[in-house]
Design a protein around this ligand. Structure first.
Ligand code: CO8
Length: 258
């Protein structure tokens, strides 16, 4: 399928979505979010795709929601179309792992979209921020909630109240991103990480994602119980037998559960 605002490709078991509105620094228009949702639907339905990478250009992952598109919206427009939850949540409902590969600006909705992914690999030139306060509004796609869970209250308040940007080093130190790589290596490095995950058991990677995400939604006791049930369920898979037997037989496992 051809998309207007994104590029889509697969590399082995990795599905790659590249945000592609270079003239607007990948501002997240309604059309782009629609395209992204359709691409994720297609990757989710494709059993050959195990991991998804979401990326942008060297200059911008995404500089936020499209300001030109939303500037004149009325409250009634925003309320009736449920701006912005419709569409954006597709990233958070994807059951396969999604890695955000961020170079350049990840601002406002761009930062929020990166945080909706499962983890963020940043290029050295990455800049994160929630600058909505400078536009007379506030984050609307989970920024105040997810950033606070990632970096804690003090830094989240600092970022959301001042609207300043943080560089990749600061983002790594405060736990917003998991690794930093040189800009020129970003795509190759993220692909290597995605391939390593894609070679593992698909159902088990999906269970791991579900279990880690439960940590955000439940009490510790409920989360631990949920994890234990998934752990027990893993013994019903061929991949658990293969993984453990491969270890005992001193060979690499070959996972085959779809
Ligand atoms: N929306 C629309 N167009 C944008 C956006 C944007 N968010 N960001 C950049 N552009 C456009 C510029 O208007 C410009 O277009 P043109 O050439 O036609 O004038 C082009 O991209 C290049 O931008 P600049 O010339 O400004 O490039 P610079 O390198 O000088 O500056 C910056 C780069 C610092 C990133 C600057 O463009 C900037 O500050 N952009 C806005 C960042 C921002 O405020 N983002 C938050 C937006 S609000 C938001 O995300 C709310 C989220 C709520 C939920 C989501 C709802 C859908």
């Amino acid at each position: 399928m051809a998309y207007e605002n994104i590029l889509v490709e697969t590399n082995g078991k990795v599905g790659i979505v590249t945000l592609n509105r270079p003239k607007a620094l990948n501002a997240l228009s309604a059309g782009l979010v629609r395209d992204l949702g359709a691409a994720l639907d297609a990757f989710e339905a494709d059993v050959n795709v195990h991991v998804i990478v979401l990326t942008g250009s060297d200059k911008a992952f995404a500089a936020g929601a499209d300001i030109k598109e939303m500037a004149e919206k009325s409250y009634m427009d925003a309320y009736l179309e449920d701006f912005i939850t419709k569409g954006w949540e597709r990233v958070t409902t994807c059951r396969k792992p999604i890695i955000a590969a961020v170079a350049g600006f990840a601002l406002g909705g761009g930062c929020e979209m990166a945080m909706m992914c499962d983890f963020i690999i940043a290029a050295q030139n990455a800049k994160f921020g929630q600058p909505e306060i400078n536009l007379g509004t506030l984050p609307g796609a989970g920024g105040t909630q997810r950033l606070t869970r990632f970096v804690g209250k003090s830094k989240a308040m600092d970022m959301c109240l001042t609207g300043r940007m943080m560089d990749a080093d600061e983002a790594w130190k405060c736990g917003l991103v998991s690794r930093i790589v040189p800009v020129d290596d970003l795509k190759d490095e993220v692909l290597k990480i995605a391939e390593a995950i894609a070679d593992k058991s698909l159902p088990i990677t999906m269970m791991v994602k579900e279990a880690v995400n439960a940590a955000y939604e439940t009490t510790l006791a409920q989360g631990v119980r949920f994890e234990r049930r998934l752990f027990q369920a893993s013994f019903a898979t061929d991949d658990q037998k293969e993984g453990m037997n491969a270890f005992i037989e001193k060979r690499q496992p070959s996972f085959t559960d779809r």
